[in-house]
Ligand binder design. Structure first.
Ligand SMILES: *Cc1c(COP(=O)(O)O)cnc(C)c1O
Length: 451
């Protein structure tokens, strides 16, 4: 096997250190430099040397996935930033303009800040999000970067240094306190960033505390990560790779489920020997790998790529889980696809794989009322409609409900859709369903009342 590599990472200021970048055209290099002044950029040597097909750049999907592209900023913002940099402006001026552009890019979509941050004894739990009853998201402070940043990342605001936009928690104790008060939570999902940028010794401080506390209500530990795609060495050759696998085994030995929620965007990420070896080693611990990714124009907007991706996941012992719709944040205008197109791609790919890969659900939007899937397109009484299905509801009773929306070839997000047949509202925005704003405590009361 190639690549028992040492980890090397490149930022904006180190572009010249990447030989493959030096051979790109001047326009493409300028675009990387200008756009990465505004949106996060970071790439590691494995992605550069083994995943990107440089003979196909800039069209190569992994290049589009990891290197900033000119179309990610609108013409005017691009030109302002280009001119400022060309004038030799100081870093401070570049940062100021970058921030001005960033706040115009909807840094926190889906009401994450106002609606999902829970509180305990009146104190906001900054490193957590609790939207769906069973599952708590936890953002460990040391896991808030990634091995490589995805160009379309919906958490990009975390990485650009706008301090008050950051979610994180340094300690494990508040997590334990919260879980003890919330026995309805069966799943904790460690997320970021990427929790697997943390060394095993640090990650295990959080996880072992949960395992060693008498917390029967916690049944599943999930880790959301792109390490299997961007740095499979994490599970194979890193100095603490074996320690990480032992940690997975401890979770399994505690009688709990360990779900590695792996982010694979494209079949190229599963083609290297080390990527397959990483999956083999993870699955051998008794963990389950479930796979999810958004559908992204320029990266994975072909049904055949999804069919191949899901098939490869199954072959390597992983489970296809979600196809998401690109969120309405950051450079979404460059990456988004109409919902009607997303549904076609999903259906085409779905029809190419056997039932074992049809555990996948989508295309799903993580929108304000919940995870809303385009579950079908139907003709009813002479009208073409989208059949929407709520996979996860902000209110539990919304889950598994369906709604009909007028078919629309331009709509890219839930907010663009209108209820079909002249209805005024969807079930989640009827006046009596008004979403409560002071999330956690009130939501808990709702859950308690519904239970
Ligand atoms: C997707 C998501 C989850 C997990 O949902 P599952 O359907 O159980 O995988 C939890 N919290 C938030 C905020 C989410 O967006």
């Amino acid at each position: 096997m190639k690549s028992a590599q040492t980890y090397q990472v490149f930022h904006r200021k180190q572009l010249d250190k990447i030989p493959q970048v030096r051979s790109l055209s001047a326009e493409v290099r300028e675009a990387i430099n200008v756009v990465s002044a505004v949106l996060p950029f970071r790439v590691n040597n494995y992605v550069v040397d083994e995943l990107i097909d440089w003979s196909r750049a800039p069209d190569d999907p992994i290049f589009q996935l990891t290197f900033p592209q000119r179309g990610m900023l609108d013409e005017q913002d691009y030109e302002r930033m280009r001119a400022l940099i060309a004038s030799g402006a100081e870093e401070k001026a570049v940062k100021a303009l970058a921030q001005e552009i960033q706040v115009g890019l909807n840094p926190h979509p889906g009401g994450q800040l106002e609606k999902n941050v829970p509180s305990l004894a009146g104190e906001a739990m900054r490193g957590m999000q609790h939207k769906y009853r069973q599952t708590l998201l936890f953002f460990p402070a040391q896991g808030q970067t990634c091995h490589t940043y995805c160009t379309y990342c919906f958490r990009w605001a975390q990485f650009v240094g706008i301090e008050d936009l950051k979610f994180f928690e340094k300690e494990a104790a508040p997590l334990l306190r919260y879980l003890k008060k919330h026995p309805e939570v069966s799943d904790v999902l460690f997320t970021g960033g990427d929790p697997l940028v943390m060394r095993t010794a640090i990650l295990s401080r959080y996880i072992d505390l949960l395992l060693n506390s008498d917390l029967d209500s916690l049944r599943t530990i999930r880790i959301g990560s792109k390490a299997p795609a961007y740095w499979p060495q994490r599970f194979v050759t890193d100095p603490d790779a074996d320690d990480l696998l032992r940690l997975f085994e401890r979770v399994v030995a505690s009688g709990r489920h360990l779900a590695l929620m792996a982010h694979y965007s494209h079949p190229a990420e599963l083609e290297t020997d080390i990527a397959k070896e990483a999956l083999r080693r993870i699955v051998a611990t008794g963990a389950t790998v479930r796979c999810q990714a958004p559908l992204i124009r320029h990266v994975n907007d072909r049904a055949d790529d999804w069919a191949k991706l899901w098939q490869m996941q199954v072959e390597n012992g992983a489970v296809p889980y979600y196809m998401f719709v690109e969120r309405d944040t950051g450079a979404h205008h460059y990456f988004e696809l109409p919902l009607a197109r997303a549904y076609e791609i999903f259906s085409d790919a779905y029809s190419q794989v056997s039932g074992l890969a049809r555990t996948v659900r989508g295309p799903s939007m993580s929108a304000n009322p919940g995870k809303m899937c385009i579950d079908g397109v139907a003709d009813i009484a002479g009208r073409k409609v989208f059949v929407l299905k709520c996979l996860q509801g902000r209110k539990p009773r919304w889950s598994n409900q369906v709604a009909l929306a007028e078919y629309d070839t331009k709509a890219v997000w839930l907010d663009d859709l209108k209820p079909a047949f002249g209805e005024k509202n969807f079930f989640w925005d009827r006046p009596e369903e008004e979403i409560l704003h002071d999330a956690a405590s009130q939501r808990h009361q709702i859950w308690a009342a519904e239970a």
